[in-house]
Design a protein. Structure first.
Length: 367
């Protein structure tokens, strides 16, 4: 069976124990079948298929997509806002997150006590800016990566921290930073209070300052974000590829200014977006009088910058609620997770956004 990018099924003949490759039309992908242990073949085609299947299945397991059946409805969206505040669902965190991520988040929460808010100030071209900075306890002299998390429009650093759960998931090994946006927004959007480059300069200043205060691994600087903050993470990949070793965007708002005139090296990139996002639509559109890219277009933009083979798109239906996509030959990992029925939220299921993001980012490193 072949799975189209819109999620509909197209009929084709496929071996039940091998992942198939789709070439030609970019809107058509091969569905990777999970398989029982079978005798390895020696053909070149099946060798490549096997390698890709291992990749996609390992991604699925890493993101908590193969741990159980999806329960509960998709989270609702609130039209007219790009706030990242997730809407309540019928399923509780224990029933939803625990089942679908193998209780990884719950386990991490138990292991990593939630720290008190620790605001630090930074001087950026004469302006004082702030961020919540949480440093791992008892980390000694070990070099630590920095994980930046950018909230959505109207979201404070404290609110983004409450939502992200990164302190529980990554806080034992990484310095977790939730910056405060001016006007609770980030550059590149039509409602931004900062010009293009100002927030990038803020991030550079934070890295330099934190590297003086703590033992920072400057080859492992990561960025993640939700909605407008997801656009900011992608903006860093575009404008500061020398700085960030990987980015993740969830329900990202990719206004033209965040994707234009990109330069520099390849940056590992992961996007997670719901097909029923009524705020920042999966297929793109216009908001606040400005065009924004859809998730597929943003994914393709990142793939081209990462020198992927755009003629061969692979996909896996890792879970009934989620499909994962990547191209062949990318010089840096480039992944799109399409959450069927997902709304505009910090995805708490299939995949669990913070668990997926940290699993992806923590393996990236600048050369």
């Amino acid at each position: 069976m072949r799975l189209n990018f819109d999620g509909s099924a197209a009929h084709s003949v496929a071996h039940s124990h091998a992942a198939t490759h789709s070439t030609g039309a970019a809107d058509s992908i091969s569905r990777t079948h999970s398989a029982h242990t079978s005798t390895a073949t020696h053909s070149t085609g099946r060798t490549h298929a096997g390698r890709f299947r291992k990749l996609t299945l390992s991604l699925a397991v890493a993101l908590g997509l193969a741990t159980g059946a999806l329960a509960g409805p998709a989270l609702d969206t609130v039209a007219g806002t790009e706030s990242a505040t997730p809407q309540a669902s019928a399923a509780t965190p224990n029933s939803l997150v625990g089942k679908l991520s193998g209780s990884l988040s719950g386990l991490a929460s138990g292991m990593s006590p939630r720290p008190a808010n620790n605001y630090q100030t930074f001087n950026v071209d004469g302006k004082t800016r702030t961020a919540l900075v949480d440093v791992p306890a008892n980390s000694g002299n070990r070099k630590k990566p920095i994980l930046f998390m950018f909230g959505g429009l109207g979201q404070s650093a404290a609110s983004a921290k409450d939502m992200s759960r990164f302190n529980a998931i990554a806080g034992r090994t990484a310095i977790v930073v939730h910056p405060e946006g001016i006007g609770h927004a980030w550059e590149g959007a039509p409602y931004s209070k900062t010009r293009r480059g100002e927030d990038v300069a803020f991030v550079r200043t934070m890295v330099k300052t934190l590297a003086k205060r703590y033992n920072v691994d400057t080859k492992r600087i990561y960025a993640a974000g939700m909605s407008n903050g997801g656009g900011m993470a992608m903006n860093l990949a575009c404008q500061a590829s020398d700085l960030v070793a990987g980015v993740v965007s969830v329900s990202g708002a990719y206004y033209d200014a965040t994707m234009d005139n990109c330069k520099g090296r390849n940056v590992p990139t992961m996007l997670i977006h719901g097909t029923h996002d009524n705020v920042v639509r999966y297929g793109g559109g216009v908001r606040h009088g400005m065009h924004y890219y859809g998730a597929r277009a943003a994914f393709d933009n990142a793939a081209r910058r990462n020198s992927c083979n755009m003629g061969t798109l692979h996909g896996t239906r890792a879970h009934p609620a989620t499909s994962g996509y990547t191209y062949s030959g990318c010089r840096a990992s480039t992944v799109l997770w399409r959450a069927h029925m997902g709304g505009h939220n910090w995805n708490a299921y299939a995949p669990d956004a913070p668990t997926a993001a940290w699993h992806f980012l923590s393996r990236q490193r600048h050369a």
